[in-house]
Design a protein around this ligand. Structure first.
Ligand code: SAM
Ligand code: DTB
Ligand code: SF4
Length: 368
């Protein structure tokens, strides 16, 4: 029988780490590079081994997104259809009313999501807008959903107010490596992003932070992004890995498509360097077949955006995700009831199947 130490010989120098389950915040770029580039099967084996040491390997957490304020954003993020700097044909919308948001959250809950993530196309929230968002957080939370918001840069006071409203997660992505960042965004710095994340952490809110791959970056930039995330004072509790949704009209609208196995490598490497974080298979699933997504789950992805829309672009239908989960034997997290229902459904199917079986002649039965 092969143990993990034998299976994982040539490229990974962190064998002791793999077996220890330790949390590290001192990853060298070369170590991350070696993990990412080892033979695919070794990488997936190591990632899955670490994954099952820390999580139920057959459960995936589901978050539904809603854009509560769309378009006309003053920032110039080169990937983003909502930036006012580019023409993407997106219709701009004001901040939604609280009641409408709560209604959408209720729908998301009914469809089986456990977390509701509200996103706004802002550089940072204005105080009067933040007050409205605080009310959204309170009311969505009272439905029994976890809450997440992504509103741009936050100062310490704003983070504190969100914490007091009961916010569970704040999403703020690093997006890429510090080196490639300047090619993608000029209107706010990498330091600004790290400061916001520190404010969120200090307020006691769970950090959701990850990035995007497939933006024309070098693989070195992928290791750099993971190094930044994994060497934070605490690993982000949630790490969204997005594959670029190339939107026409943005500077990245015509960028070459990513090799899907490289995306799987990124998920597996994130899982290995941040063993206890939820790794989210995020934007870009519309361009992935179900086999690639299944490999991502095997590589340690245990969270998805669930529901047919991301913020402004398409995501797989909820029904398609549930069917894939069923084929893979995956249960959505927080849905023990759903699992029981699945058993009940199976029992029902068996009952239906039995009378049918009686229609067949049983040659082994004793003759009357
Ligand atoms: N405006 C806020 C901010 O940027 O901090 C919050 C919303 S913003 C749309 C949230 C994140 O969505 C971005 O940081 C980026 O990682 C991701 N995102 C935006 N457009 C994307 C695209 N076309 N493909 C993949 N991810 C994208
Ligand atoms: C994250 O990492 N990805 C989500 C969420 N956090 C806010 C956003 C993806 C946006 C994809 C493009 C769009 O739909 O506008
Ligand atoms: Fe604005 Fe956020 Fe889009 Fe950047 S990613 S343009 S900040 S909405």
């Amino acid at each position: 029988m092969t143990d993990i130490t034998q299976a994982d010989t040539a490229h990974t120098k962190s064998l002791a780490y793999l077996n220890s389950g330790a949390i590290r915040n001192d990853w060298a770029l070369a170590e991350i590079e070696a993990i990412y580039n080892q033979p695919f099967n070794d990488l997936l084996f190591a990632a899955q081994t670490i994954h099952r040491k820390n999580f139920d390997p057959n459960q995936v957490q589901t978050s539904t997104l809603l854009s509560i304020k769309t378009g006309a954003c003053p920032e110039d993020c080169a990937y983003c259809p909502q930036s006012g700097h580019y023409s993407t044909g997106l219709s701009k919308e004001q901040l939604m009313a609280v009641e409408e948001v709560v209604q959408k959250a209720q729908q998301a809950k009914t469809n089986g999501a456990t977390r509701f993530c509200m996103g706004a196309a802002w550089r940072s929230p204005r105080e009067k807008d933040l007050d409205v968002v605080l009310e959204m957080v309170r009311q969505v939370k009272s439905l029994g959903l976890e809450t997440c918001v992504t509103l741009g840069m936050l100062d310490g006071d704003q983070a504190q107010k969100l914490a007091e409203a009961g916010l569970d997660y704040y999403n703020h992505n690093l997006d890429t490596s510090p080196e490639y960042y300047q090619q993608i965004i000029t209107t706010r710095s990498y330091e600004n992003r790290l400061d916001t994340l520190q404010n969120v952490r200090d307020a006691g809110i769970n950090v959701c932070s990850g990035g995007i791959i497939g933006m024309g970056e070098k693989t070195q930039d992928r290791y750099g992004l993971l190094q930044q995330l994994a060497n934070m004072p605490e690993h982000p509790q949630s790490v969204p890995i997005n594959m670029l949704v190339a939107v026409e009209g943005t500077p990245l609208g015509k960028v070459e498509k990513l090799d899907s196995l490289d995306f799987v490598r990124m998920i597996a490497t994130a899982r290995i360097v941040m063993p206890q974080s939820y790794v989210r298979l995020s934007a870009g699933r519309e361009d992935m077949n179900q086999e690639t997504q299944s490999l991502c789950y095997f590589a340690g992805a245990n969270s998805i955006f669930y529901g047919e829309k991301l913020l402004t672009t398409a995501n797989p239908e909820a029904e398609a995700d549930m069917q894939l989960f069923k084929r893979l034997g995956i249960t959505p997290e927080g849905h023990q009831v759903a699992a029981q229902e699945m058993d009940a459904e199976q029992a029902l199917l068996n009952q239906v199947a039995e009378p049918k079986a009686a229609q067949f002649y049983d040659a082994t039965a004793p003759r009357a």
